[in-house]
Design a binder for this molecule. Structure first.
Ligand code: F6P
Length: 327
């Protein structure tokens, strides 16, 4: 007989992402609305191992929907990677009578949830919270929209100064080994080149085009580089171009962690709220070990193990668009 979920734990794990607070709020309020007790687990899996667990009320999540970061803090827990660490964590959950979990994080966090729920009879529901949008099975992850808008704002500012000085700027954005932030922010800012891990970087072709543009006096160029690009990032690309085109003024800008913070966009607040609500529906329907995804604006539930196995890949269509729009 399926065990009824009565007390749930919620945590944020891995890199934080704008909108995580909106998701926490939706999980807590939907849980309480359905008569469940909800516990906050602090600092992700590390807090579960150390027993940092606190009961949450509806007012605990007041005035946070607009805040970046996560009120539950987060971590990348090495201890949880071990079976002993997971046993300690599970015993802490049992101490509080927690019999359902909502994990907000990326594929690494889903890997942890999959391991825990394979070893112990505790239903885990994942919410895709990462700025990288690298989780297969969902069109959007919580935080991606905000991170891309932060990058677009920064790149627009850089274009102003590049234009003022007739310079080439090479701008590096986050994404781990995914090129989505570079792709979306590069297209949205009219970048002349977009370098992503999913597409081999042809530096000879880049230099040839820059040279050709230089001759046409088109001196203002922006190249957006994903940090995971096989060429090694903005500094590596700049080094080669400076060697080969000493006449070209080159500057590098690495956007870094500003992409992780900031008030979440309306879009991120909405998907986080919908996903938080859906996570509770999942637990109440007795679903196990799935994550909530959005495809064509519809919610659906994908086995956690799928997120562990596959990465979200960039389509050929986007590649073609990049090629055409950045010539
Ligand atoms: O996964 C989110 C992310 O911001 C990646 O884009 C980036 O590569 C990584 O985390 C940075 O990790 P940290 O915050 O540990 O430096």
């Amino acid at each position: 007989m399926e065990k009824k979920v009565t007390k749930i734990g919620v945590l944020t794990s891995g890199g934080d992402a704008p909108g995580m607070n909106a998701a926490i709020r939706a999980v807590v309020r939907t849980g309480i609305y359905n008569g469940l007790e909800v516990y906050g687990i602090f600092r992700g899996y590390a807090g579960m191992v150390d027993g940092e667990i606190l009961k949450l009320e509806s007012k605990s999540v007041g005035n946070i929907i607009q805040r970046g970061g996560t009120i539950l803090k987060t971590s990348r827990s090495k201890e949880f990677l071990d079976r002993e660490g997971r046993e300690k964590a599970y015993n802490n959950l049992k101490k509080h009578g927690i019999n359902g979990l909502v994990i907000i994080g990326g594929d690494g966090s889903f890997r942890g949830a999959h391991a825990l729920s394979s070893e112990y009879d505790i239903p885990c529901i994942g919410l895709p919270g990462t700025i990288d949008k690298d989780i297969a099975g969902t069109d959007f992850t919580i935080g991606f929209d905000t991170a891309v808008n932060t990058a677009v704002e920064a790149i627009d500012k850089i274009r102003d100064t590049a234009d003022a000085h007739d310079r080439l700027f090479i701008i590096e954005v986050m994404g781990r080994d995914s090129g989505y932030i570079a792709l979306h922010s590069g297209i949205a800012t009219g970048a002349e080149n977009i370098l992503i891990p999913e597409k081999r970087t042809d530096i000879e072709n880049i230099i040839f085009t820059l040279d050709e543009k230089h001759r046409r006096k088109k001196l203002v160029n922006l190249i957006v580089v994903a940090e995971g690009d096989e060429f090694g990032g903005a500094n590596e690309v700049a080094k080669i171009i400076k060697e080969r085109m000493p006449e070209q003024e080159v500057r590098v800008c690495i956007l870094g962690h500003i992409q992780r913070g900031g008030s979440p966009s309306c879009f991120d607040r909405l998907i986080a709220s919908r996903m938080g609500y859906a996570a509770i529906e999942c637990l109440l329907e007795g679903r196990h070990n799935v994550f909530v995804g959005i495809v064509n604006n519809r919610m659906h539930y994908i086995p956690l193990k799928e997120a562990v196995k596959k990465k979200q890949r960039i389509s050929e269509e986007w590649m073609k668009i990049v090629k055409i729009l950045s010539t």
